[in-house]
Design a binder for this molecule. Structure first.
Ligand SMILES: [Zn+2]
Length: 376
């Protein structure tokens, strides 16, 4: 990068201050990292100016005018010390536009894990260029779709045959009372495209997932989130895995919740991680949950909007990790059970199981070019 033409600033989320002895302190708010420098008045003025982006020439003009002897050499020394501690952003001409301004805080969030401002911008661009399918638009899927749109996912595919009912309103996101009787996928499309001013485009499939579902709909997706639980999460996940694995498409089991117990993950990277069938091989479903039904319906279990939102958003965080490569997926090779009464999470680990027929067919890594593969 041409540093002369670039602007430089203190990284967002980094604050600088002076103690009683005149020493400069730089504090990284999210990590708690704290650097202390012996700084002269020129350096303190430079740091003060770095609160907003400026070119080196602008800083030289400002500080040089007030402090005799201040020149390019001392400025480079000050900037090098701050850069070595990763306290600075260098912004190339043209890197700041309306979109980066809109997602300014999210880009700063990415910047905490990215090596540079430019890399953080690339992650946001990756989000915009991603196409994500959400299967099921109910208690989890509606929240997942909403938050994916908020992060700036450019294309969302929503599959759900249901219509909105008044009973959905207490726990499903983005539906209004006036939507009763309308197809959920179409309602979400209208809301998301309006809320994002068209930045997120939505394709709808007003149908349910079935075993014979043509997986081609997922072939063009970068990621699929399964929020469908009919006939069961296990079965819909197996269908989605069968559809995604030939294309190497990562997919996330959207979890679920039954009363106070919430289920988180798993994130499946074809050819790399285990799938839900692998998980069930290691942690079989207890016999008491496999009885021939006689009376009572699992769908009557308690459901609570705060739990739905928490679980859905944990999946979205892993979706963003997979899409941007900001870090390896946190829900790979494990399933969590969160207890709403204590907020404790019981993590159950597993790996690809040699006896899993599905995984055995896909032994090589899927999409080699996928962003996550650079970090795992
Ligand atoms: Zn498997």
């Amino acid at each position: 990068m041409n540093r002369t033409a670039s602007s430089v600033r203190l990284r967002p989320g980094v604050v600088a201050g002076v103690d009683r002895d005149g020493r400069l302190h730089v504090v990284f708010l999210s990590s708690g990292k704290h650097c202390v420098y012996d700084a002269g008045p020129e350096a303190l003025r430079v740091v003060e100016l770095l609160g907003t982006p400026r070119t080196v020439t602008q800083i030289l003009d400002d500080v040089g005018g007030a402090h005799e002897g201040f020149g390019p050499e001392l400025l480079q020394e000050i900037l090098a010390a701050l850069e070595a501690d990763d306290a600075l952003d260098f912004i190339a001409p043209g890197e700041q536009d309306g979109e980066t301004e809109l997602y300014r805080k999210q880009i700063s969030f990415f910047r905490d894990s990215a090596g540079s401002h430019t890399e953080a911008l690339a992650m946001q661009r990756q989000v915009r260029e991603s196409r994500v399918a959400v299967v099921g638009a109910g208690g989890l899927g509606s929240w997942v779709a909403q938050t994916l749109a908020m992060t700036g996912i450019g294309h969302i595919v929503i599959m759900d045959p249901d219509v909105v009912t008044p009973g959905n309103l207490p726990r499903q996101a983005m539906y209004y009372a006036e939507d009763a009787g309308l197809v959920k996928a179409e309602v979400l499309k209208a809301r998301i495209e309006r809320a994002t001013d068209g930045r997120s485009q939505v394709t709808t499939h007003a149908r349910s997932l079935t075993e014979d579902f043509d997986g081609d709909a997922f072939a063009t997706c970068d990621l699929v989130v399964n929020c469908a639980d009919e006939p069961s999460v296990q079965v819909t996940t197996e269908w989605i895995s069968a559809a995604c694995m030939p294309y190497g498409t990562p997919h996330i089991v959207g979890g679920g919740y039954t009363g106070h117990a919430g289920f988180i993950g798993t994130t499946i990277i074809p050819g790399v991680t285990g799938c839900l069938t692998c998980y069930r091989t290691v942690h079989p479903l207890d016999e008491k949950y496999q009885l021939e039904p006689l009376a009572g319906d699992r769908r009557d279990s308690g459901a609570f909007a705060p739990m739905a939102a928490v679980i859905a958003n944990l999946q979205v965080w892993d979706a963003i990790r997979v899409l941007t490569g900001i870090g390896p997926p946190l829900l790979a090779d494990r399933v969590g059970e969160i207890d709403a009464r204590t907020l404790s999470i019981d993590w159950r680990a597993f790996t690809r199981h040699p006896a899993c027929d599905l995984c055995a067919r896909y032994t090589t890594k899927g999409k080699e070019e996928a962003a996550w593969s650079q970090t795992v």
